[in-house]
Design a protein around this ligand. Structure first.
Ligand SMILES: [Zn+2]
Ligand SMILES: [Zn+2]
Length: 380
């Protein structure tokens, strides 16, 4: 009864256990083997997690900022994959010189190392957007500006990513964590210990392929990293949260479109048309949605397809044309404190208007007009 065991292990603090992959990673030498666990995971640890689900072949990897649990098998590499992954394979080969020049597949361990490498790339990218480094987040409190409460952008623990090969174990993980069985990818904030978690059932045909799974992870982790920034105390404004997630996803794979469902998230199976074109079309329309309208949205589920494009394009505008201002805006939006010095999500529309005025001397309508001029000027 693996599913029942998994639920029990997830709910208990610890369990004596043996991971299933006794042989360990064939690529890592002894000194690096610790990167594969045991390590803390969810409410317990990786060994208990694996032992509770003997039906899946769990492997674990701890990197500088992530803890990844993966039940994914090998992935075959066609000629197109080899071309696309060329630079990545070269980087992996520097670390694992035995890796052949044109491997026919990534075995499950190597695949896990690839995800670890690419998620760390994304972490650096996101820190650049925020204009922060690890040194900005210390365990100390009380001196300097408010930066949350922990080394991982303001959270105590590393970011956790759980990659399932069947939906059953994803059901159990989401149910144990939140009390609800969620069908699609789900992210949440754990309070004890403080950390952000992402659980993904990589079971639909596209998510079985690394080409589409990676941008889907990056979309979700963009939400989780922004949520974590200066500690997760309240939800950030929907337009910039979703805009950044689309922008980060599309930097990895321009056609990938992760669409949010009512509960958790899912990735629609179709691909989208190029959004730069859509944004130009939108900017010319007199009845188009505006930033002022986006600022009144409370959930991602309320956004129309046009509004998703607008969120993405506004984020691209700020990333490309106003990077320092964007970093200041995100820092201000995520770090509001009340009179007593506690994080507060009070009146976020008012806070955003004040920040736009301070940083750019813009109203939301001015920002909207600057975006429109940028798009009309042929931006992509
Ligand atoms: Zn390894
Ligand atoms: Zn999203």
């Amino acid at each position: 009864m693996p599913t029942v065991l998994l639920a029990a292990a997830l709910l208990s603090a610890a369990a004596p256990a043996q991971a299933r992959n006794d042989e360990g990673c064939p690529w890592c030498g002894r000194e690096a083997a610790a990167d594969h666990g045991p390590m803390p995971l969810l409410a317990s640890d990786s060994a208990a997690f694996a032992a509770a689900d003997p039906g899946s072949d769990w492997r674990f990897l701890e990197t500088e900022h992530f803890r990844i649990a993966s039940a994914l098998g090998p992935s075959r590499l066609g000629a197109g994959d080899l071309e696309r992954l060329g630079p990545d394979l070269e980087r992996l080969r520097q670390r694992f010189p035995e890796l052949p020049k044109r491997p026919r597949r990534l075995d499950p361990w190597l695949r896990l190392h690839w995800y670890g490498m690419r998620l760390e790339d994304f972490y650096r990218r996101f820190q650049d957007l925020l204009a922060v480094t690890d040194a900005d987040f210390s365990e100390r409190r009380g001196d300097g500006p408010f930066m949350g409460d922990g080394r991982y952008l303001g959270e105590r623990e590393k970011f956790e990513v759980i990659l399932h090969e069947d939906r059953g174990s994803h059901f159990l993980v989401t149910e144990a964590a939140t009390g609800v069985r969620v069908t699609d990818s789900m992210r949440w904030h754990s309070r004890a210990p403080h950390k952000m978690v992402l659980s993904v059932p990589a079971v639909d045909s596209d998510l079985r392929r690394d080409r589409w799974l990676l941008p889907h992870l990056v979309h979700n982790l963009s939400h989780n990293l922004l949520a974590a920034y200066k500690h997760f105390s309240y939800d950030p404004p929907v337009w910039i949260d979703e805009g950044l997630a689309h922008a980060m996803e599309r930097e990895i794979e321009p056609e990938s479109w992760t669409r949010e469902g009512e509960e958790g998230t899912y990735r629609e199976r179709g691909r989208s048309r190029p959004w730069a074109e859509e944004a130009r079309r939108l900017a010319r329309r007199p009845d188009r949605p505006t930033l002022a309208a986006l600022m009144r949205r409370h959930t991602i589920g309320e956004l129309s397809p046009d509004e998703h494009v607008l969120c993405w394009s506004l984020a691209r505008f700020l990333i490309e044309e106003q990077p320092a201002g964007l970093a200041a805006f995100l820092g201000g939006v995520k770090g509001q404190l009340d009179e007593r010095g506690y994080p507060s999500g009070k009146d976020l529309p008012g806070l955003q208007r004040r920040l736009m005025r301070e940083i750019w001397d813009w109203s939301p309508n001015d920002l909207d007009a600057a975006w429109q001029a940028w798009v009309a000027g042929g931006a992509d």
